[in-house]
Write a protein that binds this ligand. Structure first.
Ligand code: SF4
Length: 368
């Protein structure tokens, strides 16, 4: 099914068209994506090196694990300690990259090192299974992610709300992608076009992005994750910029509909409400967080344990994650990159997560 989207000849032909279109540009144009998987495709396929010098690709805040606030990770650690003091041998589950994200008070992996029961899972369903297998222990899924991950979380909550088990809880650090794009625009990150993440758009639909074009005049392309998808997105954006058009084009029609996944949207809306929320290294973004609705608060662990956590620094001194997440720097601009900061010994969150730009650059050996 995806072979055509990896076809070398087709890719070369699109690159040729991009170069043709870029020939008579009188300036450099910048297109931003907001997706770790898009960055993986761009870097793995060497797309930046194929583009003319006056077409640049920026990487925005596309890594939900990277932007999970330090205070929430630390609060999760404190909750586990309090629960143990109360005699509840709480089990915490989360995804593999979230497990290793560093904070000034250590990671969830460090918590495991202290002897607490922290488990890496592939999906929230594993946490649900652990809860059923351990009825005398609270199981908390520390739940990060953008719209794509929120949908299965809401699905799981639906099951738990109807059938139990009562010892299953979540700690929601879910976030919404479009408000982060708006924040960057308002704060002065400039780009000529936006490449929308295909998996998020499968949930939100094309309509979930329309306001960016309407309110800020920015052309957009919803794109899939193969090299040809990304190249087509760049070509379509380039053509729109040259024609002075601001439209939104759906390149990923094999997955994304205009309305999106209405069933998933309803499910998310049933359990979550939108709130202002903090993003690591980006600050508070209006209407960008998802918290459980009042009627479902019994499913949120902070209803039972909510220890005070001091404000902690988001990043180590010299870490440029904030600028990387804003599309203002590439990992190679950071003096730590590949030297004092590597996936084995990460200084900042962007080097830990599979979706972090620094980790992706390192994985594919981008050192220039
Ligand atoms: S290379 Fe490391 S220190 Fe530099 S921005 Fe990336 S995560 Fe931060």
């Amino acid at each position: 099914m995806f072979e055509g989207f990896r076809d070398r000849r087709l890719a070369q032909e699109i690159v040729r068209k991009i170069r043709e279109e870029a020939k008579d540009l009188d300036r450099t144009v910048k297109f931003m994506h907001v997706c770790g998987t898009h960055e993986d495709t761009v870097t793995r396929s060497g797309i930046r090196s194929l583009l003319p010098k006056n077409v640049r690709i920026l990487s925005g805040p596309g890594c939900p694990v990277c932007i999970t606030p330090v205070e929430d990770i630390v609060k999760m650690q404190e909750i586990v300690r309090e629960a143990y003091e109360d005699g509840d041998r709480m089990i915490v589950t989360t995804f593999g990259d979230m497990y290793r994200i560093p904070t000034p008070r250590g990671s969830l992996a460090d918590l495991k090192g202290e002897g607490y029961d922290v488990r890496v899972v592939y999906s929230i369903y594993d946490a649900y299974r652990f809860a059923k297998e351990n009825p005398d222990r609270t199981v908390v899924h520390f739940s990060p992610g953008f719209e794509t991950t929120t949908a299965p979380t809401a699905g799981m909550l639906k099951v738990v709300s109807e059938e139990g088990p009562e010892n299953f809880k979540i700690y929601s650090v879910h976030r919404l992608t479009p408000p982060a794009v708006e924040l960057l625009i308002r704060q002065g990150t400039t780009f000529d076009g936006l490449i929308d993440p295909g998996h998020v758009s499968t949930i939100t639909g094309v309509k979930g992005w329309e306001h960016i074009t309407r309110d800020y005049g920015i052309p957009q392309v919803v794109a899939g994750f193969e090299p040809v998808d990304m190249l087509l997105a760049i070509l379509y954006l380039l053509r729109m910029v040259k024609a002075g058009e601001a439209r939104i084009v759906n390149e990923y029609t094999r997955s994304v509909r205009y309305e999106g996944n209405v069933t998933a949207q309803r499910l998310i809306d049933e359990f979550f409400e939108v709130r202002d929320a903090r993003w690591r290294a980006l600050g508070v973004i209006p209407k960008s967080g998802l918290e459980l609705r009042r009627e479902w608060k019994e499913l949120e662990i902070r209803t039972y344990y909510n220890p005070e956590v001091p404000k902690l620094p988001d990043l180590e001194k010299g870490c440029l994650c904030g600028a990387v997440l804003r599309g203002l720097a590439l990992p190679t601009d950071c003096p730590h990159f590949g030297k004092t900061c590597t996936p084995r010994s990460p200084v900042g969150p962007c080097m830990v997560s599979y979706e972090g730009t620094c980790s992706i650059f390192y994985k594919y050996g981008v050192l220039f």
